[in-house]
Ligand binder design. Structure first.
Ligand code: NAD
Length: 296
């Protein structure tokens, strides 16, 4: 049976690792937070007291961590994955981190004889719990093939995005587009309201016209037209503004490094930065409609 070490049992990692247990993988979990480890043990997982113990017998190491700096330390640190994982193990980092760090850690992994993919996700805690995440995977075709059966119980869509770091690139490009389209959709509703246009009437027209987009028809920022959206639940996340801002900052950092011109991405980052600075980082990102109207 494939042995998996799962490092980072937080909001995303805990439900993801539970789905691996349900799929009968032999999973050993590790997190710095004792309550997270205890929750994993309650779900039937084995636990380890240190990264070294978690990874020493593992065929696959999966990480779900907050930032690039933490990913680097977990893989490259003295007591970390590179120093203690089995030769030839497959390493999968599903954290959302900057492209440059993902490529750097992956190159070091390959130099040490491991296969490694970056495999960030979209779908949030709901998708992690339901096992319906979308994985965007960067790495060699061979590493992707090895990763697919491990990712399958946690996701409904697993796409090979190309070479190392391209999973992270796909993730931040998608989320930059999402931020821009959500702000655009919100501006259109706010202008329509100011001109006396009814929300539902505008929705019915635009959703069948050239303004149609996911932010309008699946995640509509006004209450009413799409019943299950955060707009109908006082803008409780969903996808919190602080998390959108994290992804936008990664996108802007990557754009700077690659010399790509992304003026609307930059403006979107500024708008979400202001919303966060006003104390609304915990509000769903579609709440930007109220922020823009000065009503949040
Ligand atoms: P989280 O903060 O809830 O979980 C991260 C976990 O990592 C925590 O339990 C923390 O204790 C643990 N950790 C930190 N340093 C560690 C170390 N050195 N060793 C072991 N464990 C360590 O975060 P999350 O919401 O689960 O997000 C994880 C990643 O997934 C992030 O990169 C985030 O951007 C990405 N993501 C999150 C969502 C979401 O909706 N929450 C959606 C998509 C992607």
């Amino acid at each position: 049976m494939t042995k998996i070490a799962f490092i980072g049992l937080g909001h995303m990692g805990l439900p993801m690792s539970r789905n691996l247990l349900k799929a009968s993988f032999d999973v050993t979990g590790f997190d710095l937070v004792a309550t997270a480890v205890a929750s994993f043990a309650e779900a039937g997982g084995k636990t380890a007291g240190a990264i070294a113990d978690a990874v020493k017998d593992a065929d696959v190491v999966l990480t779900m961590l907050p930032s690039g700096a933490i990913v680097k330390s977990v893989y490259e640190g003295e007591g970390g994955v590179f120093a203690h994982a089995k030769a030839g193990a497959l390493l999968i980092d599903s954290s959302t981190i900057d492209v440059a760090t993902a490529r750097e850690v992956s190159a070091k992994a390959v130099a040490k004889g491991f296969d490694m993919v970056d495999a960030p996700v979209s779908g949030g805690v709901g998708g992690a719990t339901a096992g319906t995440l979308a994985f965007m995977v960067g790495g060699t075709a061979e590493a992707f093939k090895r990763a697919e059966p491990v990712l399958a119980p946690m996701g409904k869509k697993i796409v090979h995005a190309g070479a190392s770091g391209n999973g992270q690139a796909a993730k931040i490009c998608n989320n930059m587009l999402l931020a821009i389209s959500m702000i655009g959709t919100s501006e259109a509703f706010n202008l329509g309201r100011a001109l006396g246009l009814d929300d539902q009437v505008f929705f019915d027209i635009a959703s069948n016209a050239s303004g149609q987009c996911w932010s309008l028809t699946s995640y509509c920022p006004v209450p009413g037209p799409v019943p299950a959206t955060p707009a109908n639940n006082d803008y409780k996340p969903g996808f919190a503004t602080a998390l959108m801002l994290k992804d936008l900052r990664l996108a802007m950092e990557a754009a700077g490094g690659a010399g790509a011109n992304t003026p609307l991405g930059k403006l979107s980052a500024e708008i979400y930065t202001a919303m966060d600075a006003d104390g609304h980082g915990g509000v769903d990102f579609s709440g930007v409609i109220k922020h823009l109207a000065g009503k949040l």
